[in-house]
Design a protein around this ligand. Structure first.
Ligand code: ADP
Length: 375
């Protein structure tokens, strides 16, 4: 029952950094980077507000930590309405979605994270809700079954996904705005760090130290803010609060973050590809099995940045290590005409056990938040 999953804003606070966190931008004008998206949204926001219409439904896609949730909450702020959050896999039954939709007030925002994991039976209820602001509910069953159409208050659905390709065409086509968020350049991350140091009252941190943190943040605001907090703790305990390039270097070395921003999982991925599979090409499932990791985590969290910095090539035959990556993890690059590895065949003798697919529990879906989120 949807009711049993109602949680208060405290739960969301613990779960993900909240909309009310001082580190989140408070207005769209404070949002750093992604300028084409912000410009597009500002124009549409001004137009719909002046016409008294709800904001267009928006699909935001891109790797985790780039600001999709933040944008959703800022749109509610700019509309002067409230944002409600839910997660695709947690909306297991149509009743969950109906309960959420019927609570929305005029022009409220419903944010659905991981919308690609919405069950198909629930997804079907979303179509008329998005298009005509109504839902058809079947009451009773058999001969007595009746369909009741319920009108909804005009609202905005904002869907976020790391895998736009897994969305059905029918759902994708119902979004008026669809945007892919890109990794942030270093100067944008420095701007995010400067604002965070003011909010966190971290005094006298030289810009050169911020640049080092930004350069090792994988182009991702969530990573950059996390590294700043780790550096602050390290400086507090080991250096009397003083932060300079050297302290940043020592703190990040302790975190296992190298000069390119790669962490232990990235390096294990590259080493597996380079050493176990001789640089590839090899399928993602085989790499995941060797690392005992979830293929989805590797695809969403590890691979996008490795592709971005040219350490990984995705070919029709599978993943290949590039010469730059081979140099970084000190193994020989694959020959250009290497045959694809079929998992477990060429590298493991006929009597050796084949790598088994990793059995990794998916993270538990975040509960539905029926209360308005602070913004
Ligand atoms: P996603 O939903 O894409 O996983 P979030 O919106 O949760 O990412 O953002 C992760 C963190 O990064 C948040 O704490 C937010 O404060 C910060 N952040 C993201 N984008 C920006 C930005 N453009 N400017 C400032 N902070 C940002």
């Amino acid at each position: 029952m949807a009711k049993q999953r109602i949680v208060d804003a405290q739960v969301q606070r613990a779960d993900k950094r909240p909309a009310g966190s001082p580190l989140r931008p408070r207005r769209l004008s404070e949002y750093v980077g992604q300028r084409d998206l912000i410009e597009k949204l500002s124009i549409t926001l001004q137009a719909v507000c002046e016409r008294g219409e709800p904001m267009e439904h928006i699909l935001l896609h891109g790797p985790p930590g780039l600001g999709k949730t933040t944008v959703a909450h800022l749109i509610a702020v700019e509309m002067g309405t409230r944002a409600y959050s839910a997660s695709g896999p947690a909306l297991t039954k149509a009743g969950d979605l109906i309960g959420t939709l019927t609570r929305l007030q005029q022009h409220d925002v419903l944010f659905i994270d991981e919308i690609h994991r919405l069950p198909p039976a629930v997804e079907e209820y979303i179509y008329p809700a998005m298009e005509d602001f109504k839902i058809d509910i079947t009451v009773d069953s058999g001969r007595h079954a009746k369909v009741i159409t319920m009108a909804l208050r005009p609202f905005t659905l904002i869907g976020a996904t790391t895998r736009a390709g897994l969305l059905s065409g029918a759902l994708r086509n119902r979004f008026g705005i669809s945007h892919h968020l890109r990794f942030y350049p270093q100067e944008d991350l420095v701007a995010i760090l400067r604002r965070a140091t003011e909010v966190l009252a971290i005094d006298e941190i030289p810009i050169s130290a911020l640049r080092v943190i930004a350069a090792r943040s994988r182009g991702t605001p969530r990573v950059t803010l996390r590294l700043l907090r780790r550096v602050r703790d390290f400086a507090h305990v080991r250096a009397g609060g003083r932060i300079d390039e050297q302290i940043v270097g020592e703190a990040l070395a302790l975190e296992g973050v190298d000069e390119l921003g790669l962490d232990e999982l990235d390096r294990s991925y590259l080493r597996t590809l380079g050493q176990t599979y001789h640089g590839g090409p090899v399928g993602l499932e085989a790499i995941a099995a060797t690392l005992a990791e979830d293929p989805g985590t590797l695809e969403d969290v590890v691979e996008p940045y490795l592709l971005q910095i040219g350490f990984l090539a995705r070919t029709r035959q599978g993943r290949r290590l590039t010469p730059a990556a081979a140099k970084h993890v000190r193994c020989s690059p694959p020959p250009p005409d290497a045959e694809p590895h079929r998992s477990g065949e060429s590298l493991f003798g006929p009597n050796s056990p084949r790598p088994q697919p990793a059995v990794v529990a998916r993270p538990r879906p975040a509960p539905i938040i029926h209360g308005p989120v602070e913004s």
